[in-house]
Design a protein around this ligand. Structure first.
Ligand code: FES
Length: 108
């Protein structure tokens, strides 16, 4: 990606600060965003708030590309935001992610 385009993205975190299989929440442009570093090295971003209730998805259990909410065990696919099981009825918002020179940028 050309340097000019990086202006449209917000730097979220250094990738090395999130081990594979873990997540981290960051505040970007007034939104709380969860960054997921899945096994295998891919990185995804969603709203941190669960669509079912007041829980932080970054505090959940990441299994492959599925994040399990820590409050009622609802699961989302972090790639698409799709709810994978009850009690999830609405998808979670996803955001495009760019890795550049070891930093994670999110299009918020
Ligand atoms: S708050 Fe996330 S599943 Fe209920």
């Amino acid at each position: 990606m050309a340097d000019i385009a990086i202006k449209d993205w917000v730097r979220a975190v250094t990738l090395a600060d999130i081990p594979e299989g873990q997540a981290m929440a960051v505040e970007l442009n007034g939104k709380r965003i969860a960054i997921f570093h899945v096994e295998g090295g891919e990185v995804y971003a969603t709203d941190d708030g669960c669509t079912h209730g007041a829980a932080s998805l970054s505090g959940g259990f990441l299994d492959g590309c599925s994040i399990e909410c820590p409050l009622h065990a609802g699961c989302f696919d972090v790639r698409t935001g799709e709810g994978l099981c009850d009690p999830i009825e609405e998808p979670v918002q996803t955001y495009s992610v760019l890795i550049k020179e070891g930093d994670v940028f999110v299009q918020v």
